[in-house]
Design a protein. Structure first.
Ligand code: WT7
Length: 645
């Protein structure tokens, strides 16, 4: 692709990198030619096993049966904490930077061990056993990590729910995986604003009769309601318990956690990851994608409520004995220089964030960046959505001073870790491309008839070979797992994304092919938002689509049809927006509501979203065939009253 700018690997970076291009080629080939041998070697090198496996990989995509390291035993918490004590007890495991720039804290591996053991003992004291599900609804304070690791230590399965989700969303996730214990805090802080986590939990639990314990971390010390038999004061109780807690030895295929993510239909799915494969994949990708060196300070700005927080704030870095920065705040508080100030303050070497944050900060001008030296930075990364070349260039030139490679990492909640990415010492970069597959990853592009495309091509992005970090099932609904990922292309894992492969074999993600939106890197199902809107008694029908948004990547565009006799008003718009916020969370709020007297439907009653997407994006010359519509005239009204022109 001669029209695309390429940034070759810099020799200064390559000379210190773990993997150069030649090594990448050799290791990649080995991982594809003989995956079992490759993964066995990596598993020996990166993970402590209490017992070795009988077989490396038992996978049948046609049956959606995926199992790695069968017969092996290990404990993930031991791998992330205990095994570093012998040589690195006094190394900083976690640097915590509060929402308030005056507040930060360092936690060594020794301290982490003590905190996690006490937390684990508290869970045990409340009756939590191996296999039980525990819901974690927390702000970004170190205790969220302690809680996750404490679960892993005793073999409980955590389900972290993003602190920005509403009580309603929290409730449905608690019920779906039958959690009987919830871990929360009195309040969280974000950008100087308080998030009433305990109040939200109380509201959610009105409909969760089986929850017998709520462990509350007192953080802001706000006044909260207290249910004496149920609520437990974390600080008070943990202090009385032992600072030692034996680890539960787990089977490689025992569940480690559940994490809910949106699909194109129905309720969010409980994506289930297991112990052995997940921790190996999180560790190896963190090590090579971020070219991790022992003394690096590494910072991923995600929230623990998303997979990025699981794999690349906690599990991957801690498995590698790294120093990982946990940030409570937001990019623009107290001002738009916060990221760069934190980088200077803690001498951050590796910085991993989302394109939406980069775009928002780019809009604030470069003076905020230039106020900080950023001289510690060595490597930059992005994740969550396609990065537009303009934002990539700004990140590269203005933030990284043309010194730091950028790893544009493509992956999903389902994949557990990064699948497509440059390796910074090996891969020439092209702005906007997630470049090449990681070790053991065999991507393919499919046409509409299910044929694999060769060479330069565009199609549905699938994987033809399993990797250890792949999800194993949808919690409680294996059929949904099969239907969602393995039914479209027999013998392949279907990602839901479309992609293009260029002449150099580089991949360019073109976005979701299903009805899933990506708003500021957050995944939202259009069906979920529609269900929230139709809860209102004045609403007859709703259809939600995405449209291009300068900062968020995609915005939420809702077409709403009212019950006959109801009239549209700005007040109703506000009520509906609030309703979505209450049902899902503020991230799902529609950016635009358009009143639609009718929706374009086929004669069989199916809403033609293709047309709605075009109208929302103001792409009118390209509406396609509308002749099959039951009533083509509704389109004229929608065009006439569209919001983006
Ligand atoms: C979807 C997965 C992966 C952790 C955060 C999101 C989109 C993710 C990229 C990227 C283009 C990307 C895809 C994917 N996506 N990373 N580097 N370039 N698109 O996890 O919530 O499971 O969302 O995010 O569409 O399917 P998630």
């Amino acid at each position: 692709m001669s029209d695309v700018k390429t940034y070759p690997v810099k020799t200064e970076f390559q000379s210190q990198a773990l993997i150069d291009n030649k090594t990448y080629q050799t290791m990649y080939q080995a991982s594809i030619d003989n995956p079992e041998q490759f993964w066995a070697e990596q598993a020996e090198k990166l993970i402590h096993w209490d017992q070795k496996w009988q077989s490396v990989m038992d996978v049948d995509y046609r049956e959606a049966k995926i199992s790695w390291f069968n017969g092996a035993k290990l404990n993930v918490c031991y791998n992330c904490v205990d095994r570093h004590l012998e040589n690195n007890a006094d190394k900083t495991a976690i640097i915590w930077e509060g929402d308030d720039p005056e507040i930060s804290e360092s936690i060594t591996y020794r301290e982490l061990h003590e905190k996690v053991c006490r937390f684990a003992n508290l869970l045990k004291a409340r009756g939590v056993k191996k296999g039980d599900r525990v819901c974690i609804y927390m702000p970004m304070i170190p205790e969220v990590g302690y809680a996750m690791l404490a679960c892993a230590r005793i073999g409980a399965v955590h389900s972290v729910v993003f602190g920005g989700f509403s009580p309603e969303s929290l409730k449905s996730r608690i019920l779906d995986s039958d959690c009987k214990v919830v871990i929360t805090a009195d309040e969280g802080l974000r950008g100087g604003k308080k998030v009433p986590l305990k109040d939200n939990t109380d509201t959610a639990l009105k409909h969760c009769p089986d929850v017998h314990t709520v462990i509350v971390v007192k953080y802001t010390h706000a006044k909260i309601n207290w249910t004496p038999e149920r609520d437990v004061d974390y600080q008070q109780q943990a202090a009385t318990l032992s600072s030692e807690c034996p680890v539960e030895i787990m089977d490689a295929e025992d569940p480690l956690f559940i994490l809910y993510t949106s699909g194109s239909t129905g309720k969010p799915k409980g994506v289930l990851h297991t112990c052995g494969g997940y921790i190996l994949y999180a560790a190896i990708t963190h090590k090579y994608v971020f070219d991790h060196h022992d003394n690096d300070v590494y910072w991923c700005t995600a929230d623990a409520g998303w997979i990025t927080g699981h794999s690349y704030i906690f599990y991957g870095p801690l498995a590698n004995g790294a120093t990982t920065l946990v940030f409570e705040g937001v990019p623009t508080y107290p001002d738009a220089g916060r990221f760069w100030q934190v980088i200077d303050k803690h001498k951050v070497n590796t910085f991993y964030t989302a394109p939406t944050a980069i775009r928002a900060l780019m809009g604030q001008g470069e003076q905020f960046v230039k106020q900080a030296s950023r001289s510690s930075l060595r490597l930059l990364g992005t994740v969550g959505e396609p990065i537009n070349p303009e934002a990539w260039e700004w990140y590269y030139h203005t933030v990284g001073d043309e010194r730091c490679p950028i790893v544009d990492t493509w992956w999903q909640t389902e994949t557990g870790g990064i699948l497509l990415t440059p390796l910074p010492g090996a891969t020439d970069l092209k702005p906007g491309s997630a470049t090449r597959p990681f070790f053991g990853i065999k991507p393919a592009l499919m046409d509409a008839d299910g044929n694999e495309l060769e060479g330069e091509a565009s199609g549905a992005l699938v994987m033809s070979q399993s990797w250890p970090g792949q999800m194993r099932t949808v919690y409680g609904d294996h059929q949904r797992f099969i239907d969602t990922y393995f039914s479209q292309y027999k013998g392949y894992y279907f990602s839901g994304d479309g992609a293009r492969r260029d002449a150099d074999g580089y991949y360019w993600i073109t976005g979701r092919m299903d009805d899933v939106l990506n708003v500021s890197g957050h995944r939202l199902g259009t069906a979920e938002i529609e269900s929230a809107l139709v809860l209102h008694e004045d609403v007859a029908e709703a259809a939600v689509v995405g449209y291009p948004h300068d900062i968020k990547g995609q915005g939420v565009y809702a077409y709403v049809t009212l019950m006959s006799g109801q009239s549209p008003s700005d007040e109703l718009k506000q009520t509906l927006t609030k309703l979505v916020s209450q049902e899902i969370g503020a991230i799902a709020k529609p950016d635009v509501i358009q009143w639609a007297p009718g929706l374009p439907k086929t004669r069989s009653g199916k809403i033609m979203r293709r047309i709605l997407r075009k109208i929302a994006s103001n792409e009118l010359d390209n509406l396609g065939d509308t002749s099959t519509l039951a009533d083509p005239s509704v389109v004229d009204d929608l065009i006439e009253n569209r919001a983006n022109r």
